[in-house]
Design a protein around this ligand. Structure first.
Ligand code: NAP
Ligand code: ZN
Length: 347
């Protein structure tokens, strides 16, 4: 066993604190890499607080992981010691269901294995995430990074990046489309960058008037303050797509009214409680309400390569792991500019 150190929540009410735990020695198909940076996703906070479902504790969160390979198993062909490596939200899946065969491991019909708050395929060994110094991952679930990658700013691509890239690609959002990005946080700011890169006309829908200048700097063409009734009224019926990245309860019916006829609202944000949607909000204008979860490994690599070729990274605040509680407090207030990334040297 490898003795790893990290930050864990011992229960769904405790703060993250230093914790030492075991990881498996790399098997023939495994890559061990030391973690240099890990992004802070709102899903980390949802999960240590049991917002969605009862979690597996102690829990070491973190699924935007970048680092450098220290050891590989005999059968590993794509990585060697010294290479950069990355892991996102998935570390395994069944590998044989229809979705896995079509590079959609995130929708594995037997349930994909999350990077943390999950069990390995044996059904009993807990997985521990990236708020730690080292990790062991099956080669197929390890992503490649360009040698000159800006590592801290690349880390958030592993979740915030792929979660917004994948639906925009799936629905072929681009030239001629009006895209609204709802919520300008970690996911939202990446959605703006991708939407603009794909040629869409991008509007940010935000509760924070102070983010307007940033939205424009990110490339957004328009900005609507969703607490301003006049601005919302003017935006009614104007969008082909809304990518909803909001982490807290919000009024789906109000946002659906902003879609054009045949428009689609895609949920990627996951508030703790179900939303109430009136059939009238959908049938008047033949609208669709859809969802999307992260992305498969092949598409995540494609997204990383696309970002490297087009100089796309995340806008980050690098933090000391000892300040994680404060970062979470700011995230809850919507004050993220636009992703916290932990410098693992501070562990
Ligand atoms: P984040 O950085 O905290 O951003 C969320 C943004 O939502 C905030 O910055 C804020 O933007 C807006 N917001 C917050 N409360 C709101 C409210 N009550 N009404 C309207 N807008 C509100 O979070 P994130 O890391 O981007 O994650 C966003 C959500 O996506 C979380 O629920 C997370 O769990 C989920 N997620 C899903 C997937 C997936 O695969 N589908 C993957 C990763 C994360 P403004 O200040 O602009 O209003
Ligand atoms: Zn995430």
């Amino acid at each position: 066993m490898i003795s790893a150190k990290g930050y864990a929540a011992q229960t769904n009410t405790s703060d993250l604190a230093p914790w030492t735990f075991d990881r498996r020695e790399p098997g023939p198909h495994d890559v061990q890499f030391d973690i240099l940076y890990c992004g802070v996703c709102h899903s980390d906070l949802h999960q240590i607080r049991d917002d969605w479902f009862p979690g597996i504790f102690p829990m070491v969160p973190g699924h935007e992981i970048v680092g450098r390979v220290v050891k590989v198993g005999d059968k590993v062909t794509k990585f060697k010691a010294g290479d950069l490596a990355a892991t996102g939200c998935l570390v395994d899946s069944c590998g044989h269901c229809d979705n896995c065969k079509h590079d959609l491991e995130q929708y594995c019909l037997e349930g994909a294995t999350g990077t943390y708050n999950a069990h390995e395929r044996d059904g009993k060994t807990p997985t521990y995430g990236g708020y730690s110094n080292t990790i062991v991952v099956k080669e197929e679930f390890v992503l490649r990074l360009a040698d000159n990658a800006d590592l801290p700013a690349t880390a958030p691509l592993l979740c915030a990046g792929i979660t917004t890239y994948s639906p925009l690609r799936h629905w072929k959002v681009g030239k001629g489309h009006k895209l609204a990005v709802l919520g300008l946080g970690g996911l939202g700011h990446m959605a703006v960058k991708f939407g603009v890169a794909f040629g869409a006309d991008v509007t940010v829908l935000s509760t924070s008037p102070k983010k307007e200048a940033d939205a424009k700097k990110l490339g957004a063409h328009n900005f609507v303050v969703t607490t301003d009734e006049a601005q919302v009224t003017a935006a009614r019926g104007t969008f082909d797509f809304i990518l909803d990245t909001v982490s807290a309860e919000h009024d789906f019916n109000m946002y659906l009214s902003l879609l054009k006829t045949n428009g689609t609202m895609i949920c990627v944000g996951v508030p703790s409680n179900p939303a109430s949607v009136s059939a009238f909000s959908l049938l008047g204008g033949r609208k669709s309400l859809a969802g999307s979860s992260i992305g498969g490994i092949k598409e995540t690599q494609e997204m990383l390569d696309y970002c490297a070729a087009n100089n796309i990274v995340s806008d980050i605040e690098l933090i000391n792991i000892k300040d994680i509680k404060h970062a979470y407090e700011r995230m809850l207030k919507g004050d993220v500019r636009y992703r916290f990334v932990i410098d693992m040297a501070t562990l």
